[in-house]
Structure formats: structure tokens, C-alpha cells
Design a binder for this molecule. Structure first.
Ligand SMILES: Cc1ncc(COP(=O)(O)O)c(C=O)c1O
Length: 445
């Protein structure tokens, strides 16, 4: 479909033409829906104009007002100490509150030194990361597209990309010995790119389910492999799901402490880096449903033009599906980001999780468990996985529930995932003893 496709809405055509002149590689990455998307000049933009210039009467907004602020029920506001009706109940803009977007952008630069001086878009607010993945899917994932992922992956990607959008996930082995299988990744990248103009690559670190964050040299090798493939001409859409960002414990050696986004943005015209992250896990507010999508185009010189187009298309995708994300959640997150104590508060919670992770590292690797399971390398996040020996992981899961009132997740026929994020330190050793016992019982020992 060319940018002048006659059935396109004129606004979509205009956006595509901007991409055609400023970042043609990004135009080539869009899905058919991504090409059709635009942000309408409808009620929202007319309301925005009226807010500026309709000083006498403004009868545009689709909420009810009273005394110049949103109408509200006292029973609703009563629980919200210090928050105005407007900051709680009014609609937020489709891309999110501007103050929140700016604060999240500042946080990204502070926490990712490689991002300094790079050109990237202002984070777009989503109804948490799951929704961000869907928005990015609307823009870039079409029927039959291929997405490269490691063989240990968050299962929801299948619903988002295979079931909803008709893409196909191809996997490669996650581990080689004590670390990430960079060679398998590079080989799979080459194989999957062969004969394709475009390939999506999804990297999720710290990872769910493994709890693994690459070492700095693995991060560099992943970056090199992606740049080499972009250099060969493949249009690469690289999705970086950083849901568990910041929870780094360096177990068994030093891991990276920044997102691959900073290493990949502005590096090659054929590589579009997209960061997905959120307050959900990073600020421990899972149910507030507040996440972000940030675009890091390959060409620094036209990045702001490309990001403006992608922002409009993402707003169109959001407007057409959920309209906007909750205002109250955004107010809470924005205020917390502005608080002088937030860094110390986050660090304190991270230390609690680190103590659990260290305990798991010590206990799970005890030689006595060697006949029951093998521990996969982990160093970050919420989770770790073990490979169980001589038993089916799903049968084991059910047996642990039936006989030991213990709930774990089986992620394959051989693997069990343990969320140490929800275990107190003193529960860790008994849990692994129970796992060991359960396996031995099924092994008939
Ligand atoms: C890797 C990964 N990405 C995304 C999510 C979803 O996060 P959110 O609650 O922000 O939608 C999860 C949650 O389990 C996850 O593990």
C-alpha cells in the first residue's frame, strides 16, 4: 500500500507522507492497521481549541461541570485526600497527562545513562504495559508477521500477538550455560530475517519467567547482532518490555542495570526501538494500570518528526479502543514521581526483594536438591525457574497443591516458576524443601 492509498483517511495519508519523507523505514514497518491509524480532528481537538479560545462559553466538553470544575459526588471524593475533582475524575488526554509524560521521560534519562543525548519520543501513557503491547501491536503487527522471542516467555504475548493479531512467534533457546544464549539469538535473528522485509524482536529483561537480566557484555552482543541485521537491510521493530526494570540483584555476577532501549535508539534507520514499561511493577501499583510506550527511532535527525507521527497513530489506537487511561492513576503516579522521597522508598522495597532473591539463590542451589531440580540462572526481578528432574512439571504443580497446599506455576513440561516476590524470607527454605519433597514423592523415592 503506498502512502497515497486512496481509501485512507486524509489525516492518515498525511501522517504516512510525513513518514515517507522523514523516516521511510518506519513507514515500511507499519502494519495495515498502523497505516490506517490517525488521530481524528473530532471532538477532542475541537474541545482543545475551545479551551484555548472559547473564553465566553465553552459548551464542548463531554463531561458535566459545576462551578468550573467537574461535577462529582461527595461520596466519591471523600476518600481522596488532597486531590481535586479535576485531577481525580476528569478525562485525561489520550496520550496521558503532560506532567506525567514529562516526569517519566526524565526518569528514563536518569536511570538509563546510554539514553543521554539521544532523541526519543515523549512516553505515551497506556492502561499499563499489557495495553502498551497491544497499542504497539496495532501499529506494527499484522497478520502473518513474525516475532522473535526466547523459549522462556511471558505467555500473554501469545494472546496479544498471535491470537489477537495473527502474528507467529518463533523462539530460540534462552540459556547457554550460565547466561543468555547470545549465539542462539543471533542465529535465530538471521534465520527469521531471511526472506522477510520486516521482523519484530521482543526482549523482556529482567525476564518473566526466568528473572534473568543480561550481563553488560551480553547486552552489547545483543545490540551488535541487531545492528548487523539492520545493516543487512531488515526492518527491525525491537520491543523492549522492561516491566521489572530496576530490580537488579547481581546474583552470581554483575548484570546490566539499564535498558537496551538506550543502546538501540538512534543507531540505525532500519531499527526502531520501542520501550514498554510502567508504574505497575516499578512503583508497586499493579492495579492502577499505568504504563508507557516510548519510541526510539533509528535516525536521530528526523526522530522528532517520526515520533510526532507515531504519537498521533498511537493516540488513534488508544482513542479507538479505550479512549484514554484513568486520570486518578496518572495523578497518583505523577505526584509520586515528583516526591523527594520516592527514590529512597523504591530502594527500600528493592532491598526487601533483594534479600529474598539472595536467600533463594543460596537455598535453591544447595547440593541436596540436585537430584530433584536444576536452577536456571537468575539475578533480577520477581521470579526464578527450575528444571525439574524425572517428573512432569504440570503433574508436580497439581501434586504440590493437592498434597502440600503449595502453589507454583508450571511454564512447560519441565519448568516450574517460583515468584519469590511474594514470599517472606523465612518461607523460602521451607518452600524449596516442599518442592524437593514433592518431586521425590512423584519420582517414587
Ligand atoms: C513481562 C511482562 N510484561 C508485561 C506485564 C504486564 O504488566 P502490566 O500489569 O503493566 O500490564 C507483565 C505482568 O505480568 C510481565 O510479566
Amino acid at each position: 500500500m503506498s502512502p497515497a492509498e486512496p481509501t485512507l483517511n486524509p489525516l492518515a495519508r498525511e501522517l504516512n507522507q510525513k513518514l515517507e519523507s522523514d523516516a521511510p523505514e518506519v513507514l515500511a514497518m507499519l502494519s495495515p492497521l498502523g497505516r490506517r491509524l490517525y488521530f481524528p480532528k473530532g471532538i477532542l481537538s475541537q474541545s482543545a481549541e475551545a479551551k484555548e479560545r472559547g473564553k465566553r462559553f465553552n459548551a464542548t466538553i463531554g463531561i458535566a461541570t459545576e462551578g468550573g470544575s467537574p461535577m462529582y459526588l461527595p461520596s466519591m471524593l471523600r476518600s481522596l485526600e488532597g486531590i481535586s475533582a479535576s485531577d481525580a475524575f476528569n478525562y485525561a488526554p489520550p496520550a496521558g497527562r503532560p506532567d506525567l509524560r514529562e516526569r517519566w521521560a526524565e526518569k528514563l534519562v536518569e536511570e538509563n545513562p546510554a539514553l543521554r543525548g539521544k532523541k526519543f519520543g515523549t512516553p505515551i501513557v497506556t492502561n499499563a504495559i499489557t495495553h502498551g503491547l497491544a497499542v504497539v501491536g496495532d501499529l506494527f503487527v499484522g497478520e502473518g508477521d513474525r516475532i522473535l522471542l526466547p523459549d522462556k516467555l511471558w505467555g500473554n504475548y501469545r494472546l496479544t500477538y498471535e491470537v489477537r493479531l495473527g502474528a507467529k512467534i518463533a523462539t530460540y533457546p534462552f540459556y547457554a550455560g550460565g547466561g543468555f544464549h547470545v549465539e542462539a539469538f543471533s542465529n535465530a535473528l538471521r534465520e527469521q530475517a531471511a526472506g522477510r522485509e520486516k521482523l519484530l524482536v521482543l526482549l523482556n529483561f529482567p525476564n518473566n519467567p526466568t528473572g534473568y537480566m543480561p550481563t553488560p557484555s551480553e547486552g552489547e552482543a545483543i545490540t551488535r547482532a541487531l545492528l548487523a541485521q539492520a545493516e543487512k537491510g531488515t526492518k527491525l521493530v525491537v520491543l523492549l518490555d522492561d516491566a521489572y526494570f530496576g530490580l537488579f540483584y547481581h546474583l552470581g555476577g554483575k548484570s546490566m542495570t539499564e535498558s537496551l532501549f538506550g543502546l538501540l535508539a538512534n543507531r540505525h534507520p532500519n531499527l526502531l526501538a520501542i520501550k514498554l514499561d510502567g508504574a505497575t511493577k516499578e512503583l508497586f501499583v499493579w492495579g492502577l494500570r499505568c504504563g508507557f510506550v516510548t519510541f526510539g527511532p533509528g535516525r536521530a535527525e528526523s526522530a522528532s518528526a517520526a515520533c510526532a507521527v507515531l504519537d498521533a497513530k498511537a493516540r488513534g489506537a488508544i482513542r479507538g479502543a479505550i479512549s484514554n487511561s484513568p486520570q486518578l492513576s496518572q495523578t497518583l503516579v505523577s505526584r509520586a514521581l515528583a516526591s523527594s522521597s520516592i527514590d529512597a522508598e523504591r530502594k527500600a522495597k528493592c532491598e526487601i526483594l533483594r534479600a529474598r532473591a539472595e536467600k533463594v539463590f543460596e537455598v535453591a542451589n544447595a547440593p541436596r536438591f540436585g537430584e530433584s531440580f536444576e536452577v536456571y540462572p537468575f539475578n533480577s526481578g520477581y521470579f526464578m525457574c527450575v528444571r525439574v528432574k524425572g517428573v512432569d512439571a504440570e503433574k508436580l504443580r497439581v501434586h504440590l497443591l493437592d498434597a502440600h497446599e503449595t502453589g507454583l506455576i508450571s511454564t512447560s513440561a519441565t519448568d516450574i516458576r517460583i515468584a519469590f516476590s511474594c514470599l517472606e524470607v523465612e518461607q523460602i527454605e521451607p518452600l524449596f524443601e516442599t518442592l524437593h519433597r514433592g518431586i521425590q514423592e512423584l519420582q517414587g523415592r
